[in-house]
Design a protein around this ligand. Structure first.
Ligand code: COS
Length: 394
């Protein structure tokens, strides 16, 4: 991660969506993030380093509520958005490390018992335990209810469970200290037959060694559960209530994915503006040409469109505006629009850089790869369209 002279804009923090706590994050975080100088050549080593630094810096405290060592009274969507937007501006891996602590522990925050919350959340906030969310399977990505992983009560009298199945595309797979694993506990009940379990690293029958390599390297793995034994206190929330727990967790973090996309888009726009001002062409700078001005105008509007939907979704959740359904739809609109717009903005920034844009190691080149998976994970664009489409039909 190279320090940059570019700074993220903060005018939007004056919008009525935000409060003093959010402005405080935006005032302190940029300088901290830019000064870290983390070596990101090895993504797993880098993420370990980022989690440690984010923990020491106090930033992971925004992933849990105050009663568990968090910075704010409850998990605050706007804080998550501002943090992810700012971290992603400087380093998508920093954003990833931060986000996974929140997503991986989100189901414990929302549905855990006081004992589960006390055992995991303070450690998550300190960076002492790395968290992961294990929902997807080889044949159950968008269609969550089609999952095959099964959990059955153990035959012994200790009250534990045994899990069998395969989870894949698991972020932090192979480096997490615990996984929130979703499994079928009633095969006949569809989405009403899924339960979440906390599975600690090292649990017997858990193999998290199969790393997956992707175009923008970050820790990802397939988990194989073979008679994986967990104790009677491993279920999270109600037995058979796991689908809703997963959806409620995603409702919070989808708006934050939109925040991360915004950070990447803002960085691409800043890179494009800086490049247009300094690049000489035909006796002018690139910025002097109307073609360039029109592109930059379009990029700025695409960023703002994503931003306003993102801030609205986070504000609706924090202040409990509208019904639960309306809040889900707002999060879906935010994720869809911010990630799709960011992809377009980054592509335009790359085009404006010409050959430099495709040079390995240039910032727009890495952003071009970094943004791509955001349109897929935590609910692909098509899933968000479905959520919105079903709601408008109703
Ligand atoms: N909050 C609370 N409950 C919700 C909910 C939400 N956001 N969304 C759905 N539910 C409830 C529904 O109300 C319904 O409850 P009842 O059984 O009591 O009626 C139940 O969950 C099933 O809902 P639905 O019929 O809409 O579920 P589908 O199986 O049709 O799935 C989609 C809907 C496709 C939207 C869902 O499976 C989804 O989000 N898929 C993407 C998953 C994802 O993000 N994967 C990535 C993993 S993390 S990288």
């Amino acid at each position: 991660m190279q320090p940059t002279a570019l700074v993220p804009s903060t005018e939007h923090l004056a919008l009525p969506f935000f409060e003093a706590a959010h402005r405080d994050i935006a005032a302190r975080l940029p300088e901290w993030a830019n000064a870290q100088g983390v070596d990101e050549t090895d993504d797993r080593a880098a993420c370990h380093d980022w989690v440690r630094r984010l923990g020491e810096g106090g930033w992971l405290r925004y992933c849990v509520a105050a009663e568990h060592g968090g910075a704010l009274p409850r998990l605050d969507s706007r804080a998550l958005v501002v943090l992810r937007e700012t971290l992603a501006f400087y380093s998508p891996l920093a954003d990833f490390s931060f986000a996974m602590q929140g997503l991986g522990s989100g189901a414990i925050s929302l549905g855990g018992t006081p004992a589960q919350q006390a055992a995991y959340l303070p450690e998550v906030a300190r960076g002492g335990k790395i968290a992961a969310f294990a929902l997807s399977e080889p044949d159950a990505g968008s269609d969550v209810a089609a999952m095959q992983t099964e959990a059955v009560p153990s035959a012994d009298s200790a009250g534990g469970w045994r899990l069998n199945g395969t989870k894949t595309w698991i972020s932090n797979g192979g480096m997490a200290d615990f996984y929130c694993v979703f499994a079928k506990t009633d095969r006949q009940a569809g989405s009403r037959g899924i339960t979440a379990f906390i599975v600690d690293k090292g649990a017997s029958g858990l193999d998290d060694s199969a790393h997956i390599h992707v175009m923008a390297p970050h820790p990802l793995a397939t988990l194989r559960l073979t008679d994986c034994a967990v104790a009677g206190d491993a279920p999270l929330g109600e037995v058979n209530g796991g689908f809703k727990l997963a959806m409620q967790t995603l409702d919070i973090f989808r708006a934050s994915v939109a925040g991360a996309a915004l950070g990447m888009a803002r960085r691409a726009l800043a890179e494009a503006i800086a490049h247009a001002r300094r690049r000489n062409m035909f006796g002018h700078t690139l910025a002097d040409f109307q073609l360039t001005q029109a592109k930059l105008g379009e990029m700025a509007a695409l960023v703002d469109a994503g931003a306003l939907l993102t801030y609205r979704a986070a504000w609706m959740r924090d202040t409990q505006q509208g019904s639960m359904k309306e809040r889900s739809v707002a999060a879906a609109m935010a994720k869809m629009t911010a990630t799709e717009n960011a992809q377009r903005v980054i592509d335009m920034a790359l085009q404006m850089h010409g050959g430099l844009g495709v040079m390995v190691g240039s910032k727009v080149e890495s952003l071009y790869r970094d943004i791509r998976s955001l349109r897929i994970y935590e609910g692909a664009t098509e899933v968000q369209q479905l959520i919105i489409g079903k709601a408008v039909l109703q």
